[in-house]
Structures are given as structure tokens and as C-alpha cells.
Design a binder for this molecule. Structure first.
Ligand code: NAP
Length: 284
């Protein structure tokens, strides 16, 4: 069988970031202002701190203005809503990202709904989600958008393929299923109540694994020649591990994403992409 191809998210994201950086330099040269991203972090969740740090760094590297708002764990819902309202009205802020998960006493849905859909660079606002499902123009959520970008960059055919999505979260499973559907794949979504998941994955041409279970997808579960996308980020003592047993699956797949260096870097690249788009739209 042919050698397995690695869907290299690190390389692909670098190309996107270089392109955005070049565009920002042009904007600066033309005195047209620069895109600004406000990131709001509530509390002290260690993983969230890492993600926010990565996003800030990426913004700085492409020349965006990045504003970090670190709020204490005991921040009230009202205080957070007031900040979101303030950011909605701030001209130099083109994108607003409230890092999830929020502390337990907060209503995340209400906070996400309070963000102006035009500044919702995470693509989680119900308006953007609704547009995604109905096929209208929208800001697509970063992780699924990054997956599609990566698959398309490598010329992976989706039309007419059987795609299986493992996981049905609002941030990955559901939106990626709709995006695959919009590319004319035949899509099945599996979740924790799906009996006999292997009967679906074994038939799949494309598997998107987003369950948050280390090495969940094993070699016996996949079809020879399938395309495997690993969204999982599981922090174990041995290091970062995906939802796919990479070593076992890699020789059976035709294409596979590594962890790290697959979907993760694409997510950040798409956040920059969405912020750039939000900035551009302010001139329309
Ligand atoms: P989530 O909200 O916890 O959702 C997990 C989904 O997996 C749920 O739909 C759940 O089913 C399903 N599931 C859990 N255990 C299962 C099992 N044993 N069999 C079948 N389905 C099962 O997670 P998420 O936010 O979508 O994230 C998924 C993974 O991707 C996590 O590891 C996360 O860290 C990672 N992630 C990575 C990025 C990135 O940039 N690379 C971005 C986002 C997330 P039920 O709905 O029935 O509970």
C-alpha cells in the first residue's frame, strides 16, 4: 500500500499566518489601521491560560493589536456582560473571544450571545451557527474551519465520501458535520450513546475524532486508505495525546493529522483569519 501522508497543520498554518502578516504590513503602510482582537479570560484554568497565551502570541506575530482582559474567578455574570458590551462598542476591537470554559456560576450561552455577531471571531454566536447550518455566509468556528482548510489544502476529496464524526459538541462535532455536508459528503455523527461505533468508523472514508478520549480510535476501527483527523487534545503525564492511536492507525490511513502539529495550529490560524475578515468587513 502507498505511504501514509501527514496532514501537516503546523506547515499549513504557517502559510496562513505569513499571508496575514503580509496583509497587516500592507495595511500599516497604507495607514488603514490594524485588526484588533480582545481576549477575555475569567479565572485561572491552566489549559485556558495556555490557549490564551498561544492566541496572544499569534496575534503579536502577525502584527494584530491584542488586548487581554484577565478577570478573577469571582467575576459576576453582570460584570462580564458589561465588559462584552464595552468591547462591542470599541472601534479598535474587531474580534472578541471569551475563553471557554467559564467558571461554573456563569451562563456561557448568555455571554456568547452578548457578543456582537460581527465581532464573534470564534463563530459560536447562535446567529453565526444558524447561518452555518442554513448555508448562509457566516463566521465559521475556528477548529472545524481549520480542519476543512487543511483537508482542502491537501486536495482531499469530500464529495460523495462517507464521513463519520465522533463527538457532537457545539464547537467541533456539530459544525464540522455541517461543513462536511456542505461539501457533499454523507455524514454520520456518533456520540457516547451510539452503540457499536466501530460499525460506522470501519465503513468511513473520513473520520473526524473529537471525543476527548486518549487514543480512542484504534487501528481495528478504521478502514484501509481512510483519512483520519484527530481533534483531541488530552494532556497525560507522558505528554499531549490525541483521540487517535496514531502509531496504530497511521499505516492503515491514507492521510492522518498528528497531535501535536495537526488541527491545533490550524485553529489558531483560523482565529487570525476570522479576525482579519471581521476587520475587512468594517470597510464594507
Ligand atoms: P466535548 O464537548 O467534551 O464533547 C465530546 C463529545 O464526544 C461528546 O459529544 C460526547 O458524547 C462524545 N464522547 C465522549 N466519550 C465518548 C465515547 N466513549 N464514545 C463516543 N462518543 C463519546 O469535547 P469537544 O470540545 O468537542 O472536544 C473534543 C476534543 O477535541 C477534546 O480533546 C478537546 O480538547 C479537543 N479540542 C481540540 C481543539 C483544537 O484546536 N485542536 C479545539 C477544540 C477541542 P455526548 O454528547 O453523548 O456526551
Amino acid at each position: 500500500m502507498e505511504r501514509t501522508g501527514i496532514l501537516n497543520g503546523r506547515e499549513c498554518s504557517l502559510r496562513v499566518r505569513e499571508e496575514i502578516k503580509r496583509e497587516v504590513e500592507e495595511l500599516k503602510g497604507a495607514g488603514q489601521g490594524i485588526p484588533g482582537l480582545a481576549v477575555v479570560l475569567v479565572g485561572d484554568d491552566p489549559a485556558s491560560r495556555v490557549y490564551v497565551g498561544q492566541k496572544e502570541k499569534a496575534c503579536g506575530e502577525v502584527g494584530f493589536r491584542s488586548l487581554l482582559y484577565r478577570l478573577p474567578e469571582e467575576t459576576t455574570q453582570e460584570e462580564l456582560m458589561d465588559l462584552v458590551e464595552e468591547l462591542n462598542g470599541k472601534g479598535e476591537v474587531h474580534g472578541i473571544l471569551v475563553q471557554l470554559p467559564l467558571p461554573g456560576h456563569m451562563d456561557s450561552e448568555a455571554v456568547l450571545e452578548a457578543i456582537s455577531p460581527a465581532k464573534d471571531v470564534d463563530g459560536f454566536h447562535p446567529v453565526n451557527m444558524g447561518h452555518l447550518v442554513t448555508g448562509l455566509p457566516c463566521t465559521e468556528p475556528c477548529t472545524p474551519k481549520g480542519i476543512m482548510y487543511l483537508l482542502e489544502s491537501y486536495g482531499i476529496e469530500m464529495e460523495g465520501k462517507k464521513a463519520v464524526v465522533l463527538g457532537r459538541s457545539n464547537i467541533v462535532g456539530k459544525p464540522i458535520a455541517h461543513m462536511l455536508l456542505s461539501r457533499n459528503a454523507t455524514v454520520t455523527i456518533c456520540h457516547s450513546r451510539t452503540p457499536d461505533i466501530v460499525s460506522y468508523t470501519r465503513e468511513a472514508d473520513i473520520v473526524i475524532a473529537a471525543v476527548g478520549r486518549p487514543r480512542f480510535l484504534t487501528s481495528e476501527m478504521v478502514k484501509e486508505g481512510s483519512v483520519i483527523v484527530d481533534v483531541g487534545i488530552n494532556r497525560l503525564e507522558e505528554g499531549l495525546v490525541g483521540d487517535v492511536d496514531f502509531e496504530g492507525v497511521k499505516d492503515k490511513a491514507s492521510w492522518i493529522t498528528p497531535v501535536p502539529g495537526g488541527v491545533g495550529p490550524m485553529t489558531i490560524a483560523m482565529l487570525l483569519f476570522n479576525t482579519m475578515e471581521a476587520f475587512r468587513k468594517t470597510f464594507e
